[in-house]
Design a protein around this ligand. Structure first.
Ligand code: FES
Length: 235
């Protein structure tokens, strides 16, 4: 039997080998397949994060995520291979592809990220509502593993959203002198805390993406009858 040539099946050489890029593609593919193959908006009191608050508004938070700096860095460097990096003397320019700063259409679209941020913030309360709903949906208070999954998802989404670079600017990036503005001390404290979170933004972007997909798959798994949603507390 002839040996399978993986390079024919998947042209690795077209993109720079990078485990994060391949993981990203794999996660997206699996998540999309699961979403499309078995639509489960709600099961046993759990509301699927892809349908919360409604699947109709998914494009806005989707645009928020797609234009996130963490992913931009990866798809520009490893998928488009241009520009390779701001500080990189070789940006991957060619006669056909010149770096024109932030003036190209792609960059201008990506710069809408600062506005998509508000959509990202606006949907956060819904994820906490979903957690609360899973606790009381049947009347008595009941805490199951799935509720903890929903809570972890909500917390990670919150951490990722609030660590956004655009949010950092909203909080204090536009201020030169904190002591000169009203509530300057409080604002500086919030800015410093957010700066700490911001330093972990890239990791939060990936972990929160995994959390959404995991939550979605968890709900699908119990809807499919896999016995894993144990009750921890009931009263
Ligand atoms: Fe990643 Fe704003 S930069 S969410």
């Amino acid at each position: 039997m002839s040996k399978l040539d993986w390079k024919v099946l998947f042209p690795y050489e077209l993109v720079e080998p990078n485990w994060r890029f391949y993981s990203f593609i794999a996660i997206l593919a699996v998540g999309f397949w699961a979403l499309m193959a078995f639509p489960v908006a709600q099961f046993a009191g759990y509301i699927d994060p892809f349908y919360s608050p409604t699947v109709l508004i998914v494009p806005l938070p989707g645009a928020f995520r797609l234009t996130c700096y963490a992913y931009r860095k990866d798809y520009h460097r490893h998928l488009f291979k241009h520009p390779l990096g701001c500080a990189n003397p070789d940006r991957g320019d060619s006669a056909k592809r010149r770096y024109t700063g932030e003036r190209s259409a792609v960059f201008q679209l990506e710069n809408l990220h600062r506005y998509f941020l508000y959509a990202g913030i606006a949907i956060l309360p819904f994820f906490y509502y979903d957690f609360f709903h899973s606790l009381v949906y049947s009347g008595p208070f009941i805490l199951r593993i799935g509720s903890l999954v929903l809570l972890a998802n909500a917390l990670l989404l919150t951490a990722w959203t609030l660590s956004c670079h655009a949010f950092r600017h909203v909080i204090g990036g536009n201020v030169d002198c904190y002591s000169c503005v009203a509530a300057g001390g409080v604002r500086k404290q919030v800015y410093d805390r957010q700066s700490w979170l911001n330093a972990h933004h890239e990791a939060l972007a990936w972990v929160s993406l995994l959390a959404i997909i995991f939550t979605d798959l968890y709900i699908r798994a119990i809807a499919a009858g896999i016995p894993m949603d144990f009750t921890l507390l009931r009263f």
